[in-house]
Design a binder for this molecule. Sequence first.
Ligand code: SF4
Length: 293
Amino acid sequence: MGARVATARDASTDARADAGADAGARDASADAGAWGAASAGPVVSTGLGRPPRHAASADRLRVAGMTRMSTVDWPDHLVATVFLQGCPWDCFYCHNPALIDPRADGALPWAQVRTFLHSRQGLLDGVVFSGGEPTMQPGLVAAVDEVRALGLGVGLHTGGAYPARLEQLLPRVDWVGLDVKSTPERYQAVIGRPGGSERAWRALESVLAEHERRAGTDRPFDYEVRTTVHSDAIDERGLCELGESLADAGVRTWALQRFRSTGVRDPMPRGTEGRRVSFDALPRDRFARMVIR
Ligand code: SF4
């Protein structure tokens, strides 16, 4: 995901992370709508119905870290950002490589996050769940419901690795930053796993449908599609193709994030020969909002 977390773990976990990500890839291929076997936690009243049948208690979340105050993780919102451990993918430019290992323990009990959020009621606009891939953990639904019950908004950073889970979660969420990382033919080279493009586009369909469903209601839903620009992930031609495809699908907000080396593995597992990618030929007029960071 986009934001970076400081954790106690360091790059020495990379070998473990690779092994764990393989397990995560198998888990992603099994995404069929459920959140995996887990015991249900206490139900928090949100007016949005009960959590999915297999949702787990928020206390089971493995939290890798938290940013107590951020103005950049959800545009125009003051939020706390909670980073969840584990990701089924292995993007060569990942800025949070210590968070990839899906088997690693959390560094911060959810109970501490809960206490902190109680103390910030009325001061924060919301909470962003980031990662890693936050939809990997079955405790996410319960955590989202707890945040909503505090009167805080909920944002989510996701790559769409679990589109069925995301679809279940969207009615409980106010904003999503969804990564669409490249054109279909380059996707596997970016994430190091097969099938990612299909998953991201399924996730995008759900995001756009949720946006339309809640338009004009008192609980609108917003989103941003995000693409990290590294020349080994996507070049000028690929960016134009992707831009046209996103616009054809109905995407109105596209954020391009120039690759930065902060936090990445050294050396990176792939993509060490990056060059600057020009944004001159992008189809800007097809988007209501195009952001370059
Ligand atoms: S989707 Fe890619 S960039 Fe995001 S946490 Fe996973 S490996 Fe890192």
